[in-house]
Design a protein around this ligand. Structure first.
Ligand SMILES: Nc1ncnc2c1ncn2[C@@H]1O[C@H](COP(=O)(O)OP(=O)(O)OP(=O)(O)O)[C@@H](O)[C@H]1O
Ligand SMILES: [Mg+2]
Length: 217
């Protein structure tokens, strides 16, 4: 599903945050990216999520070279293939859980009637059934992240990416969020998550370790 060849990202043509990494990820894998702060984890995940473009090297997603797509194409690919879950949830505060999950479908042009049904189905799937109408302030951190995951799944991505999705949660909520990722993976979703927490990476089948912008053996 993913193939990276000497993938590198240098910020402002000065700081080499990622120094050329090679790896592959097969469909259906559950991979954790670990490593010390500043080693390039978010840089790598942003590249994989088509939120950023590499300075050099190749990134093949589903056998297509997506390393040098123009912005519009990259946005379209991202919408079609990728769900992204953020540490800080990034929900819109004035919208209900339901509306937050509907939003990416609106951008993708899904008809209103289908959006609502799908958002309800997804919120039930992540265990937030009775709280459809709550806004983010009316939800706990763990519940907000469930909404974040439901939103990431809205456009049926083939790849689910998460950058420290439990970084703002207590250990109980973290455990619940991790089992949710595990369930999704067992249903066939390819999952890549960045974490500092060994109890989280233990859920993954494989760990990619980064150090100073390079993959550790
Ligand atoms: N937009 C940017 N402009 C310049 N430098 C950046 C930018 N984003 C990240 N960096 C630098 O690149 C390096 C890697 O950053 P990155 O965010 O990928 O680290 P990380 O492994 O995710 O760290 P953390 O665990 O703290 O989140 C860091 O030294 C960081 O300061
Ligand atoms: Mg980071």
């Amino acid at each position: 599903m993913i193939r990276c060849r000497r993938l590198a990202r240098t910020y402002d043509n000065a700081y080499p945050a990622l120094k050329g990494v090679d790896f592959k990820i097969a469909p259906g894998e559950f991979v954790a990216i670990m490593g010390p702060s500043g080693c390039g984890k978010s840089t790598l995940l942003n590249l994989l999520g088509l939120l950023d473009r590499p300075t050099s090297g190749d990134y093949f997603l589903n056998d297509q070279d997506v390393s040098r797509l123009a912005d519009r194409e990259r946005t379209r690919k991202r919408r079609e293939h990728i769900g992204f879950v953020f540490q800080a949830f990034n929900l819109l505060p004035r919208l209900s859980a339901l509306e937050n999950v509907c939003l990416p479908m609106t951008y993708a042009g899904v008809p209103a009637s289908q959006r609502l049904a799908r958002a309800q189905e997804l919120l039930s799937r992540v265990g937030l059934g009775p709280k459809f109408r709550h806004t983010p302030v009316e939800l706990s951190g763990g519940e907000r992240q469930r909404v974040g995951i439901a939103r990431a799944l809205a456009n049926r991505p083939s790849l689910l990416l998460a950058d420290e999705p439990t970084g703002n949660l207590d250990s109980t909520s973290s455990g619940e969020i991790v089992s949710l990722f595990k369930d999704l993976n067992q249903d066939g979703m390819t999952v890549i998550l960045v974490t500092h927490d060994p109890s989280i990476s233990a859920a993954a089948e494989r760990i990619l370790r980064l150090k100073d912008g390079e993959l550790a053996p």
